[in-house]
Design a protein around this ligand. Structure first.
Ligand code: DX5
Ligand code: ZN
Length: 231
């Protein structure tokens, strides 16, 4: 189980120091927003390039931008280990995924809450992670949307059926109150923004979230044996 805290709710005046507060994180989730794909504007390429120089932790770039075909390769070139684009925004997702892999990055494909799992079916062999939004993208601190849980299970079954090794990341409203049902649905990677950076001790919260996730029985097909999951 992986915990990838989002810095969206961290102190933007000292992002380097904020990243240093979560040494137990498996990756740092960086939400790039362009105020076109989502109604919010956060950080872009120059900030990611600077953050790259401040930490050797894995960087998990979440591009909530209108033109990932144009910009996603540049984020891979920063040395970020993982770059995620939205299926709703990419004009040529297979070509983009292959371009990102060619630049040495892991590839994530993200789905907004209302986008069905079938949107991923043809691209699963080209990606390393699926990011399932459990809130409408654009802001941290929103309430978790349980309606996406059946989608998580369906995507986990699609992955198991093709015997692929793809991380299933959930993003939005993840906390000690919601992470267990996400594991049960089949997720194994968890973004947490407010739950971590609003906590008294963010790193302690990262460890608590991982402990709770690892104590929870994974969902259908989540053990990756390719059987499509035991009942
Ligand atoms: C929302 C972002 C999420 C958000 C998660 O558009 O993609 O990564 O920062 O924050 P919480 O955990 O507070 O919902
Ligand atoms: Zn995100």
């Amino acid at each position: 189980m992986r915990i990838t805290p989002s810095i969206l709710n961290a102190n933007f005046a000292q992002l380097g120091a904020e990243i240093a507060r979560v040494p137990s994180a498996d990756a740092i989730h960086i939400d790039v927003m362009d105020n076109h794909f989502v109604p919010n504007l956060t950080i872009g390429l120059p900030v990611v390039e600077s953050l790259r120089t401040t930490t050797d932790q894995m960087l998990d770039i979440h591009l909530m931008i209108a033109d990932p075909d144009r910009w996603a390769p540049a984020y891979a070139e920063t040395g970020a280990e993982s770059v995620t684009f939205h299926m709703e925004a990419a004009k040529a997702p297979v070509r983009l995924a292959r371009e990102l892999r060619a630049k040495g990055a892991r590839v994530g494909a993200a789905l907004n809450p209302a986008t069905p799992p079938m949107a991923l079916k043809m691209i699963l062999g080209e990606i390393d992670m699926v990011t399932i939004m459990s809130v409408e993208p654009g802001f941290g601190g929103q309430a978790f949307m349980d309606l996406v849980l059946p989608k998580v299970a369906a995507i986990r079954r699609m992955i198991s059926a093709q015997n692929l090794d793809i991380w299933v990341q959930m993003d939005g409203g993840i906390s000690l109150e919601t992470i267990e049902r996400c594991v049960e649905a089949g997720a194994d990677t968890f973004v947490a923004g407010a739950a971590v950076f609003r906590a008294e001790d963010p790193d302690h919260m990262v460890r608590d979230l991982r402990t709770l996730a690892e104590k929870t029985t994974p969902g259908l097909g989540a053990h990756g044996c390719g059987c499509g999951g035991h009942r």
